[in-house]
Design a protein around this ligand. Structure first.
Ligand SMILES: Cc1cc2nc3c(=O)[nH]c(=O)nc-3n(C[C@H](O)[C@H](O)[C@H](O)COP(=O)(O)OP(=O)(O)OC[C@H]3O[C@@H](n4cnc5c(N)ncnc54)[C@H](O)[C@@H]3O)c2cc1C
Length: 571
């Protein structure tokens, strides 16, 4: 049954009013409740989780104690060195240092007082190779969560994107993939896969999808469950209209629930956590590089309401310091069974594997394909300026690559690719020339690229773009590949397959400028007063860079905790 707290009427006054029930909003509301504040949490849609629910759920927490306890040795000092190299010494308002100093404490706080429990990722390299970069021990993930604990409230957790589930509704974490694909390879793999299947089958007798939640869904469900345990209501279909400003500070907000508007006074402040500008078309045109990426994988409700309400009060949004303004991923387009169009994010499962290159219309490579999703798209944008357009681009592989590793939405183990060709997801041709013609790629350019790449693949060194040269590349490559490089294999045996990819964002980095406590600042750098921003509504503490796994969720939970603590200190 949905807890009574879920259907509570809106109060006219509260201590802390939190707008948006994604990662940032849920975490702030939960921390504030633990610290004894009366919290009111408003959500525009009828589910919690926003983008976070569809995310991988990884948090970047330098020197975290969870990984230390498991034997890993990362430190805050090393992360500080890494960020100094990556971003430079400038740390406006001490936010980066605040993040470094508090991230561990925030995770401990949630683990101690709530059901938001984490576990180490173990090996998960940072995305760039500056001094201080970690190869393990810096990233954590939520422990899997049993959605059945929520009862009917399970339906309130926004589902992951369909392509991240198998059999129409079973969530699969990174650690589940190998045992599922190679389930007959060992007794342990078989037992693991069988346990997952049996649990899923029994779930489907009662639930619309599997209840074993992992990744971002586990994070969100854990936050939501903890709020329910504390009787903190989520007010559904309740969206921010504008912030109330009187006597020199924000005193509350007007929200709209259905067709009715309510004004809620917030004694200690309003927290704007509406998930950033991903679906704000005007902002995209204004701030993102050309050609403007058409897709955002942010939750559809993230239309920039929070940032716009803050700007109306004089909040400072410095897009230039957050260039490119968004966190990127390449996506491929697919037609879902229900007729809707889906965008598959190529995060880490296919690009680094041996026997895949990305080429533009000239048939030329333009990036290290095994670099992070963010850097891959940066690599799509860079050649635009010098007459080598790489948007859209093609991922190119042999068909046996797809069977072994999968490609985008096509799962590993898939032998019959023709249905994917018929559905228009991939192109497949017996020769490179035929594939190039079908894709509109220059055949001569592509043949020359492949000749060079195949020579390099055999030698084990990608002389052009360095695929397979970094810890991250190797981590996402194939450890069982006979070598010499786990990310390189010749592409020479047809049929050949091409998949078109475009840039998309997984969220935006250009939000409202804040100080280290999340208080929103005006153009003079002074707090507006009574209003905080968190998650993507807050200008990213990474200043447009993407250092490693968990770059947004780590800061979202950390600043959620800091905001709650700051508000509680005002009480
Ligand atoms: C495929 C994918 C994988 C990702 N993996 C990771 C990862 O592993 N680690 C990581 O750090 N980041 C990851 N991200 C990014 C991460 O999910 C987002 O940065 C993060 O969820 C942003 O948190 P948020 O609270 O700002 O927004 P969201 O989580 O999107 O939540 C915003 C909420 O606000 C609500 N809202 C919007 N407008 C209003 C309004 N006017 N009134 C009330 N409510 C409103 C929305 O409906 C939504 O529920 C991933 C993203 C994607 C797409």
């Amino acid at each position: 049954m949905i807890a009574s707290a879920d259907s509570a009427p809106l109060p006219s006054e509260t201590d802390l009013l939190v707008i948006g029930a994604g990662a940032g909003g849920l975490a702030t509301a939960l921390a504030a409740s633990v610290l004894g504040l009366r919290v009111t949490l408003c959500e525009k849609t009828d589910t919690v989780g926003g983008t976070a629910a569809t995310s991988a759920g990884t948090l970047w927490i330098p020197g975290n104690r969870i990984s230390h306890a498991a034997g890993y040795r990362d430190s805050v000092a090393a992360a500080r060195q890494y960020l100094d190299h990556l971003i430079g010494p400038d740390d406006p308002h001490g936010r980066r240092e605040a993040f470094l100093q508090t991230a561990n404490e925030a995770v401990d706080f949630f683990a101690q007082h709530t059901a938001v429990q984490f576990m180490p990722c173990g090996r998960h390299p940072d995305y760039l190779t500056h001094p201080g970069a970690a190869v393990d021990g810096r990233a954590i993930i939520p422990q899997p969560f049993d959605g059945r604990v929520l009862g009917r409230g399970f339906a309130r957790v926004r589902p992951p994107i369909p392509e991240f589930m198998v059999l129409g509704g079973m969530m699969v974490g990174k650690a589940d993939i190998a045992p599922l694909v190679h389930r007959f390879a060992s007794w342990a793999a078989f037992a693991h896969a069988t346990r997952l299947f049996i649990r899923y089958l029994s779930d489907r007798l009662r639930y619309p999808r599997g209840t074993r939640l992992v990744m971002g869904n586990a994070l969100v469900a854990r936050l939501y469950h903890s709020l329910r345990q504390r009787q903190v209501a989520v007010h559904w279909h309740t969206r921010l209209v504008h912030l109330q400003h009187d006597a020199g500070r924000v005193s509350g907000a007007t929200v709209q629930q259905g067709s009715t508007r309510h004004t809620i006074r917030a004694r200690l402040g309003v927290v704007v956590a509406t998930g950033g500008l991903g679906h704000n078309a005007a902002w995209r045109q204004r701030a993102l590089p050309a050609p403007v990426a058409m897709q955002s994988l942010a939750a559809p409700g993230n239309t920039g309401d929070g940032v716009e309400a803050l700007v109306a009060l004089g909040a400072h949004v410095d897009a230039a310091s957050q260039a490119p303004g968004a966190f990127w991923t390449p996506v491929s387009r697919l037609q879902r069974a229900d007729g809707r169009v889906g965008w598959y994010p190529h995060l880490s499962l296919d690009r680094a594997k041996p026997g895949l290159i990305a080429v533009n219309a000239n048939g030329q490579r333009f990036v290290n394909e095994a670099d992070s999703y963010h850097d891959f798209v940066q690599g799509m944008y860079q050649p635009q300026a010098n007459g080598q357009p790489s948007i859209a681009a093609y991922l190119l592989v042999e068909s046996r690559f797809v069977t072994r590793y999968g490609l985008g939405a096509i799962h590993p183990g898939t032998r019959r690719l023709q249905p994917w060709v018929d559905a228009g997801y991939v192109l497949m041709q017996p020769t490179v020339e035929a594939l190039a013609r079908a894709a509109g790629i220059d055949p001569a350019g592509l043949l020359a690229t492949l000749a060079q790449y195949n020579r390099d693949a055999r030698a084990g060194t990608d002389t052009q773009w360095g695929k397979g040269s970094t810890a991250l590349n190797v981590f996402n490559g194939d450890p069982d590949h006979p070598g010499p490089n786990p990310c390189l294999a010749p592409i020479e045996q047809g049929p050949f397959v091409a998949l078109r990819v475009w840039p998309a964002d997984i969220g935006t980095s250009a939000g409202a400028q804040t100080n280290a406590n999340g208080e929103v600042l005006n153009a003079l750098g002074t707090p507006i007063g009574g209003v905080y921003a968190v998650g993507s509504d807050m200008a990213s503490v990474m200043q447009g860079t993407y250092p490693g796994p968990g770059t947004t969720l780590g800061p979202a939970l950390t600043f959620g905790y800091r905001i709650a603590r700051h508000a509680a200190q005002q009480a």
